[in-house]
Design a protein around this ligand. Structure first.
Ligand code: UD1
Ligand code: UDP
Length: 364
Protein backbone atom coordinates (compact mmCIF):
# COMPACT_ATOMS: atom_id res chain seq x y z
CA UNK A 1 0.00 0.00 0.00
CA UNK A 2 1.00 3.60 -0.64
CA UNK A 3 0.37 6.62 1.60
CA UNK A 4 0.68 10.15 0.20
CA UNK A 5 0.99 13.22 2.42
CA UNK A 6 -0.27 16.48 0.89
CA UNK A 7 1.66 19.46 2.26
CA UNK A 8 1.73 23.05 1.14
CA UNK A 9 2.23 25.63 3.88
CA UNK A 10 4.73 26.19 6.69
CA UNK A 11 2.69 24.66 9.55
CA UNK A 12 1.94 21.54 7.44
CA UNK A 13 5.62 20.62 7.34
CA UNK A 14 5.95 20.82 11.12
CA UNK A 15 2.86 18.62 11.70
CA UNK A 16 3.76 16.02 9.07
CA UNK A 17 7.40 15.36 9.98
CA UNK A 18 6.69 13.10 13.00
CA UNK A 19 3.99 11.17 11.13
CA UNK A 20 6.27 10.57 8.14
CA UNK A 21 9.07 9.44 10.45
CA UNK A 22 6.84 7.05 12.41
CA UNK A 23 5.26 5.54 9.29
CA UNK A 24 8.77 5.04 7.89
CA UNK A 25 9.72 3.14 11.03
CA UNK A 26 6.74 0.83 10.46
CA UNK A 27 7.93 0.21 6.89
CA UNK A 28 4.95 1.89 5.21
CA UNK A 29 5.58 3.02 1.59
CA UNK A 30 4.91 6.75 1.39
CA UNK A 31 5.59 9.98 -0.47
CA UNK A 32 5.11 13.72 0.00
CA UNK A 33 3.22 15.87 -2.49
CA UNK A 34 4.27 19.51 -2.06
CA UNK A 35 1.57 21.74 -3.50
CA UNK A 36 3.83 24.78 -3.63
CA UNK A 37 1.33 26.96 -1.72
CA UNK A 38 4.38 28.26 0.15
CA UNK A 39 7.45 28.50 -2.05
CA UNK A 40 9.99 30.97 -0.59
CA UNK A 41 13.02 29.08 0.76
CA UNK A 42 12.35 30.51 4.23
CA UNK A 43 8.71 29.37 4.14
CA UNK A 44 9.42 25.89 2.77
CA UNK A 45 12.92 24.46 2.05
CA UNK A 46 14.28 25.42 5.45
CA UNK A 47 11.58 23.27 7.09
CA UNK A 48 12.45 20.20 5.02
CA UNK A 49 16.07 20.62 6.18
CA UNK A 50 15.33 21.43 9.84
CA UNK A 51 12.72 18.68 10.22
CA UNK A 52 14.50 16.00 8.19
CA UNK A 53 11.58 15.60 5.79
CA UNK A 54 12.27 13.54 2.66
CA UNK A 55 12.21 15.21 -0.77
CA UNK A 56 8.69 15.48 -2.19
CA UNK A 57 7.82 13.06 -5.00
CA UNK A 58 6.09 15.98 -6.73
CA UNK A 59 5.91 19.75 -6.39
CA UNK A 60 2.82 21.24 -8.00
CA UNK A 61 4.08 24.82 -7.84
CA UNK A 62 0.60 26.32 -7.40
CA UNK A 63 1.87 29.50 -5.70
CA UNK A 64 -0.28 32.37 -4.50
CA UNK A 65 -3.58 33.87 -5.63
CA UNK A 66 -7.09 34.66 -4.52
CA UNK A 67 -8.84 31.83 -2.68
CA UNK A 68 -10.65 30.80 -5.87
CA UNK A 69 -7.56 30.91 -8.08
CA UNK A 70 -5.29 29.17 -5.58
CA UNK A 71 -7.87 26.49 -4.74
CA UNK A 72 -8.65 25.92 -8.42
CA UNK A 73 -4.95 25.42 -9.22
CA UNK A 74 -4.65 23.08 -6.24
CA UNK A 75 -7.65 21.00 -7.38
CA UNK A 76 -6.34 20.58 -10.93
CA UNK A 77 -2.79 19.76 -9.85
CA UNK A 78 -3.80 17.39 -7.06
CA UNK A 79 -6.30 15.48 -9.19
CA UNK A 80 -3.56 14.66 -11.71
CA UNK A 81 -1.02 13.61 -9.15
CA UNK A 82 -3.47 11.49 -7.12
CA UNK A 83 -4.60 9.69 -10.30
CA UNK A 84 -0.98 9.13 -11.30
CA UNK A 85 0.15 7.67 -7.96
CA UNK A 86 -3.10 5.87 -7.03
CA UNK A 87 -2.49 6.00 -3.27
CA UNK A 88 -4.38 3.84 -0.77
CA UNK A 89 -4.56 6.72 1.68
CA UNK A 90 -3.95 10.46 1.45
CA UNK A 91 -3.04 12.25 4.69
CA UNK A 92 -3.80 15.96 5.05
CA UNK A 93 -2.81 18.34 7.85
CA UNK A 94 -4.32 21.37 9.55
CA UNK A 95 -6.56 23.90 7.87
CA UNK A 96 -4.86 25.50 4.87
CA UNK A 97 -6.15 25.69 1.29
CA UNK A 98 -3.91 22.76 0.28
CA UNK A 99 -5.69 20.65 2.92
CA UNK A 100 -9.14 21.59 1.64
CA UNK A 101 -8.26 20.96 -2.01
CA UNK A 102 -6.72 17.56 -1.29
CA UNK A 103 -9.77 16.37 0.64
CA UNK A 104 -12.15 17.48 -2.14
CA UNK A 105 -10.08 15.83 -4.86
CA UNK A 106 -9.85 12.55 -2.95
CA UNK A 107 -13.54 12.54 -2.02
CA UNK A 108 -14.47 12.86 -5.71
CA UNK A 109 -11.94 10.22 -6.80
CA UNK A 110 -13.00 7.80 -4.07
CA UNK A 111 -9.55 7.83 -2.47
CA UNK A 112 -9.54 7.36 1.31
CA UNK A 113 -8.21 10.18 3.50
CA UNK A 114 -6.95 10.94 6.97
CA UNK A 115 -7.00 14.40 8.59
CA UNK A 116 -4.37 15.24 11.19
CA UNK A 117 -5.55 18.01 13.56
CA UNK A 118 -9.24 17.27 13.13
CA UNK A 119 -12.05 18.90 15.10
CA UNK A 120 -10.50 22.25 16.00
CA UNK A 121 -13.12 25.02 15.81
CA UNK A 122 -12.90 28.77 16.31
CA UNK A 123 -16.64 29.05 15.51
CA UNK A 124 -15.66 32.02 13.35
CA UNK A 125 -16.55 31.38 9.72
CA UNK A 126 -14.97 34.68 8.77
CA UNK A 127 -11.67 32.81 9.00
CA UNK A 128 -10.81 30.93 5.80
CA UNK A 129 -9.27 28.22 7.98
CA UNK A 130 -12.58 27.53 9.77
CA UNK A 131 -14.29 26.81 6.45
CA UNK A 132 -11.40 24.52 5.49
CA UNK A 133 -11.63 22.67 8.83
CA UNK A 134 -15.37 22.01 8.59
CA UNK A 135 -15.26 20.74 5.00
CA UNK A 136 -12.13 18.66 5.61
CA UNK A 137 -13.55 16.95 8.69
CA UNK A 138 -16.87 16.22 7.03
CA UNK A 139 -15.13 14.38 4.15
CA UNK A 140 -12.29 12.56 5.98
CA UNK A 141 -12.32 8.80 6.58
CA UNK A 142 -9.91 8.88 9.54
CA UNK A 143 -9.76 11.85 11.89
CA UNK A 144 -6.86 12.43 14.26
CA UNK A 145 -7.63 14.87 17.09
CA UNK A 146 -5.01 16.77 19.06
CA UNK A 147 -7.18 17.71 22.06
CA UNK A 148 -10.36 16.44 23.78
CA UNK A 149 -12.46 19.49 22.84
CA UNK A 150 -12.13 18.39 19.20
CA UNK A 151 -14.01 15.17 20.00
CA UNK A 152 -17.13 17.01 21.11
CA UNK A 153 -17.04 19.34 18.09
CA UNK A 154 -16.87 16.36 15.73
CA UNK A 155 -19.64 14.52 17.59
CA UNK A 156 -21.83 17.64 17.42
CA UNK A 157 -21.30 17.76 13.64
CA UNK A 158 -22.36 14.13 13.28
CA UNK A 159 -18.96 12.56 12.62
CA UNK A 160 -19.13 8.91 13.81
CA UNK A 161 -16.90 8.33 16.83
CA UNK A 162 -15.51 5.21 15.11
CA UNK A 163 -13.63 7.44 12.64
CA UNK A 164 -12.05 9.63 15.31
CA UNK A 165 -8.82 8.98 17.24
CA UNK A 166 -7.48 11.22 20.02
CA UNK A 167 -3.74 10.97 19.47
CA UNK A 168 -2.13 14.14 20.84
CA UNK A 169 -0.32 16.80 18.89
CA UNK A 170 2.34 16.00 16.26
CA UNK A 171 3.42 19.67 16.19
CA UNK A 172 4.56 19.06 19.74
CA UNK A 173 6.44 15.91 18.64
CA UNK A 174 8.45 18.16 16.31
CA UNK A 175 9.06 20.58 19.17
CA UNK A 176 10.27 17.75 21.44
CA UNK A 177 12.59 16.46 18.71
CA UNK A 178 14.08 19.93 18.22
CA UNK A 179 14.38 20.73 21.93
CA UNK A 180 18.06 19.72 22.34
CA UNK A 181 18.98 22.10 19.46
CA UNK A 182 16.96 25.06 20.77
CA UNK A 183 19.52 27.58 21.94
CA UNK A 184 18.61 31.28 21.86
CA UNK A 185 22.24 32.50 22.04
CA UNK A 186 23.36 31.97 18.40
CA UNK A 187 20.23 33.47 16.82
CA UNK A 188 20.20 36.36 19.31
CA UNK A 189 23.86 37.04 18.46
CA UNK A 190 23.26 36.77 14.71
CA UNK A 191 20.37 39.25 14.90
CA UNK A 192 22.32 41.54 17.23
CA UNK A 193 19.35 41.39 19.62
CA UNK A 194 19.51 42.24 23.32
CA UNK A 195 19.35 39.54 25.98
CA UNK A 196 15.83 40.44 27.09
CA UNK A 197 13.34 40.69 24.24
CA UNK A 198 9.85 39.80 23.03
CA UNK A 199 8.92 38.15 19.71
CA UNK A 200 5.91 39.00 17.54
CA UNK A 201 4.47 37.05 14.57
CA UNK A 202 1.38 38.38 12.78
CA UNK A 203 -0.26 37.14 9.60
CA UNK A 204 -4.01 36.55 10.05
CA UNK A 205 -5.97 38.22 7.23
CA UNK A 206 -8.26 39.91 9.81
CA UNK A 207 -5.18 41.58 11.34
CA UNK A 208 -3.06 42.44 8.32
CA UNK A 209 -5.20 42.65 5.17
CA UNK A 210 -6.96 45.98 5.71
CA UNK A 211 -5.06 49.23 6.32
CA UNK A 212 -7.39 50.02 9.26
CA UNK A 213 -6.78 46.72 11.06
CA UNK A 214 -3.04 46.91 10.36
CA UNK A 215 -2.86 50.48 11.74
CA UNK A 216 -4.63 49.53 14.96
CA UNK A 217 -2.46 46.45 15.42
CA UNK A 218 0.82 48.21 14.65
CA UNK A 219 0.13 51.04 17.06
CA UNK A 220 -0.50 48.47 19.84
CA UNK A 221 2.62 46.48 18.91
CA UNK A 222 4.74 49.65 18.92
CA UNK A 223 3.46 50.39 22.42
CA UNK A 224 4.70 46.97 23.51
CA UNK A 225 8.10 47.79 22.01
CA UNK A 226 8.30 50.74 24.40
CA UNK A 227 8.22 48.19 27.25
CA UNK A 228 10.62 45.62 25.79
CA UNK A 229 12.70 45.32 22.59
CA UNK A 230 10.69 43.47 19.97
CA UNK A 231 11.86 41.10 17.24
CA UNK A 232 9.36 40.55 14.43
CA UNK A 233 10.06 37.71 11.96
CA UNK A 234 7.66 38.89 9.30
CA UNK A 235 5.35 36.53 7.36
CA UNK A 236 5.23 37.56 3.69
CA UNK A 237 1.47 38.10 3.90
CA UNK A 238 1.80 41.05 6.29
CA UNK A 239 5.10 42.44 5.06
CA UNK A 240 3.88 45.34 2.96
CA UNK A 241 0.74 46.26 4.86
CA UNK A 242 2.37 46.24 8.30
CA UNK A 243 5.34 48.27 7.02
CA UNK A 244 2.93 50.83 5.53
CA UNK A 245 1.26 51.01 8.95
CA UNK A 246 4.64 51.83 10.56
CA UNK A 247 6.03 48.45 11.64
CA UNK A 248 9.61 49.11 10.55
CA UNK A 249 13.04 48.85 12.14
CA UNK A 250 13.49 51.32 14.98
CA UNK A 251 15.42 51.69 18.22
CA UNK A 252 13.29 49.01 19.86
CA UNK A 253 11.83 47.08 16.90
CA UNK A 254 13.66 44.72 14.60
CA UNK A 255 11.76 43.41 11.57
CA UNK A 256 13.48 40.35 10.09
CA UNK A 257 12.77 37.74 7.40
CA UNK A 258 10.82 34.65 8.45
CA UNK A 259 13.10 32.41 10.48
CA UNK A 260 13.79 28.72 10.00
CA UNK A 261 12.12 26.34 12.41
CA UNK A 262 15.06 25.81 14.78
CA UNK A 263 16.04 29.50 14.77
CA UNK A 264 12.47 30.62 15.39
CA UNK A 265 11.81 28.24 18.28
CA UNK A 266 15.21 29.06 19.76
CA UNK A 267 14.24 32.73 19.74
CA UNK A 268 10.84 31.92 21.28
CA UNK A 269 12.46 29.77 23.96
CA UNK A 270 14.57 32.73 25.10
CA UNK A 271 11.81 35.34 24.83
CA UNK A 272 10.19 37.07 27.81
CA UNK A 273 6.93 37.35 25.85
CA UNK A 274 5.41 36.30 22.53
CA UNK A 275 2.72 38.28 20.71
CA UNK A 276 1.09 36.31 17.92
CA UNK A 277 -1.93 35.44 15.82
CA UNK A 278 -0.47 32.11 14.69
CA UNK A 279 -2.18 28.84 15.52
CA UNK A 280 0.94 26.77 16.02
CA UNK A 281 2.79 29.38 18.04
CA UNK A 282 0.00 29.35 20.67
CA UNK A 283 0.75 25.64 21.16
CA UNK A 284 4.54 25.93 21.13
CA UNK A 285 4.61 28.73 23.73
CA UNK A 286 2.39 26.60 25.97
CA UNK A 287 4.94 23.79 25.84
CA UNK A 288 7.95 26.11 26.25
CA UNK A 289 6.31 27.95 29.16
CA UNK A 290 6.66 31.35 27.51
CA UNK A 291 3.82 33.88 28.07
CA UNK A 292 1.79 34.27 24.87
CA UNK A 293 -0.66 37.01 23.95
CA UNK A 294 -2.82 36.10 20.96
CA UNK A 295 -4.27 39.09 19.15
CA UNK A 296 -7.52 37.46 18.05
CA UNK A 297 -11.14 37.47 19.25
CA UNK A 298 -11.18 33.65 19.48
CA UNK A 299 -9.00 30.57 19.31
CA UNK A 300 -9.56 27.07 17.96
CA UNK A 301 -6.94 25.96 20.49
CA UNK A 302 -8.58 26.60 23.90
CA UNK A 303 -6.30 24.09 25.67
CA UNK A 304 -3.51 26.63 25.25
CA UNK A 305 -5.51 28.88 27.57
CA UNK A 306 -6.80 26.28 30.06
CA UNK A 307 -3.58 24.23 30.09
CA UNK A 308 -1.07 26.76 28.83
CA UNK A 309 0.34 30.25 28.81
CA UNK A 310 -1.95 31.77 26.19
CA UNK A 311 -4.33 34.75 26.60
CA UNK A 312 -6.57 36.33 23.97
CA UNK A 313 -6.29 40.11 23.62
CA UNK A 314 -7.65 42.88 21.46
CA UNK A 315 -5.17 45.35 20.00
CA UNK A 316 -6.51 47.94 22.47
CA UNK A 317 -5.78 45.67 25.45
CA UNK A 318 -2.42 44.38 24.17
CA UNK A 319 -0.11 46.97 25.79
CA UNK A 320 -1.61 46.52 29.29
CA UNK A 321 -1.70 42.73 28.89
CA UNK A 322 1.97 42.77 27.85
CA UNK A 323 2.90 44.83 30.89
CA UNK A 324 1.13 42.34 33.15
CA UNK A 325 2.61 39.28 31.39
CA UNK A 326 6.13 40.76 31.62
CA UNK A 327 5.63 41.37 35.34
CA UNK A 328 3.99 38.01 36.13
CA UNK A 329 5.81 35.64 33.75
CA UNK A 330 4.13 32.49 32.46
CA UNK A 331 1.26 31.01 34.43
CA UNK A 332 -1.08 28.20 33.43
CA UNK A 333 -4.54 28.00 35.02
CA UNK A 334 -4.62 24.20 35.38
CA UNK A 335 -0.93 23.72 36.15
CA UNK A 336 -0.98 20.72 33.77
CA UNK A 337 0.01 20.44 30.14
CA UNK A 338 -2.60 19.38 27.56
CA UNK A 339 -3.24 15.61 27.64
CA UNK A 340 -1.13 13.50 25.23
CA UNK A 341 1.11 16.40 24.19
CA UNK A 342 3.99 14.10 24.99
CA UNK A 343 6.00 13.78 21.81
CA UNK A 344 4.42 10.46 20.80
CA UNK A 345 1.51 11.60 18.60
CA UNK A 346 3.31 10.62 15.37
CA UNK A 347 3.77 6.98 16.42
CA UNK A 348 0.11 6.83 17.60
CA UNK A 349 -1.09 8.11 14.22
CA UNK A 350 1.23 5.72 12.38
CA UNK A 351 -0.06 2.71 14.32
CA UNK A 352 -3.70 3.52 13.45
CA UNK A 353 -2.83 4.10 9.78
CA UNK A 354 -0.77 0.95 9.53
CA UNK A 355 -3.53 -1.18 11.07
CA UNK A 356 -6.07 0.47 8.78
CA UNK A 357 -3.94 -0.31 5.70
CA UNK A 358 -3.68 -3.94 6.76
CA UNK A 359 -7.43 -4.17 6.42
CA UNK A 360 -8.20 -3.76 10.06
CA UNK A 361 -10.49 -1.11 8.59
CA UNK A 362 -11.26 1.31 11.36
CA UNK A 363 -13.69 3.44 9.40
CA UNK A 364 -17.30 2.32 8.97
C1 UD1 B 1 -1.65 30.24 4.81
C2 UD1 B 1 -2.89 29.61 5.44
C3 UD1 B 1 -2.95 29.99 6.90
C4 UD1 B 1 -1.67 29.64 7.62
C5 UD1 B 1 -0.48 30.22 6.90
C6 UD1 B 1 0.77 29.69 7.54
C7 UD1 B 1 -4.77 29.38 3.88
C8 UD1 B 1 -6.12 29.88 3.54
N1 UD1 B 1 -4.11 30.08 4.81
O1 UD1 B 1 -1.83 31.65 4.89
O2 UD1 B 1 -4.01 29.27 7.52
O3 UD1 B 1 -1.72 30.15 8.92
O4 UD1 B 1 -0.50 29.83 5.52
O5 UD1 B 1 1.88 30.46 7.29
O6 UD1 B 1 -4.34 28.38 3.37
N2 UD1 B 1 3.70 34.53 0.05
C9 UD1 B 1 5.02 34.71 -0.28
N3 UD1 B 1 5.85 33.62 -0.26
C10 UD1 B 1 5.43 32.37 0.04
C11 UD1 B 1 4.07 32.20 0.37
C12 UD1 B 1 3.22 33.28 0.38
O7 UD1 B 1 5.46 35.82 -0.57
O8 UD1 B 1 6.24 31.44 0.04
C13 UD1 B 1 2.79 35.72 0.09
C14 UD1 B 1 2.06 35.95 -1.21
O9 UD1 B 1 1.98 37.32 -1.40
C15 UD1 B 1 0.66 35.42 -0.91
C16 UD1 B 1 0.52 35.68 0.59
O10 UD1 B 1 1.84 35.53 1.11
O11 UD1 B 1 -0.32 36.04 -1.67
C17 UD1 B 1 -0.42 34.72 1.26
O12 UD1 B 1 -0.05 33.35 1.04
P1 UD1 B 1 -1.15 32.19 1.12
O13 UD1 B 1 -0.52 30.87 0.98
O14 UD1 B 1 -2.30 32.50 0.21
O15 UD1 B 1 -1.76 32.34 2.56
P2 UD1 B 1 -1.03 32.63 3.94
O16 UD1 B 1 -1.42 33.98 4.40
O17 UD1 B 1 0.40 32.26 3.84
N1 UDP C 1 7.58 29.50 12.46
C1 UDP C 1 8.87 29.52 11.99
N2 UDP C 1 9.45 30.72 11.65
C2 UDP C 1 8.78 31.91 11.77
C3 UDP C 1 7.45 31.87 12.26
C4 UDP C 1 6.87 30.66 12.58
O1 UDP C 1 9.52 28.48 11.91
O2 UDP C 1 9.36 32.95 11.45
C5 UDP C 1 6.95 28.19 12.78
C6 UDP C 1 6.33 28.07 14.14
O3 UDP C 1 7.28 27.70 15.11
C7 UDP C 1 5.29 26.99 13.91
C8 UDP C 1 4.84 27.25 12.50
O4 UDP C 1 5.88 28.00 11.88
O5 UDP C 1 5.90 25.70 14.00
C9 UDP C 1 3.55 28.01 12.53
O6 UDP C 1 3.25 28.48 11.28
P1 UDP C 1 2.36 29.77 11.00
O7 UDP C 1 2.34 30.66 12.17
O8 UDP C 1 2.82 30.29 9.71
O9 UDP C 1 0.93 29.12 10.73
P2 UDP C 1 -0.34 28.79 11.66
O10 UDP C 1 0.11 27.90 12.75
O11 UDP C 1 -0.90 30.10 12.11
O12 UDP C 1 -1.28 28.13 10.71
Amino acid sequence: PLVLHVLGARPNFVKAAPVVRALGELGVRQGIIHTGQHYDALMSDVFFADLGLPEPVANLGVGSGTHAKQTAALLVGLEEVVLEHAPDLVVVYGDVNSTLAAILVCAKLGVRTAHVEAGLRSFDRGMPEEVNRIVTDSLSDLLFATSPDALSHLAAEGVPASKVHLVGNPMIDSLFAALPSLDPAPVVARLGAPERYAVATLHRPANVDSPEAAAELVSAVLEVSRQIPLIVPIHPRGRTRLAEAGLVDGPSVQVVDPLGYVDFLSLVRGAALVVTDSGGVQEETTMLGVPCLTVRPNTERPVTITHGTNRLVTPALLPAAAEKALADGASTPSGELPPLWDGAAGPRIARVISAWLKGDNLSP
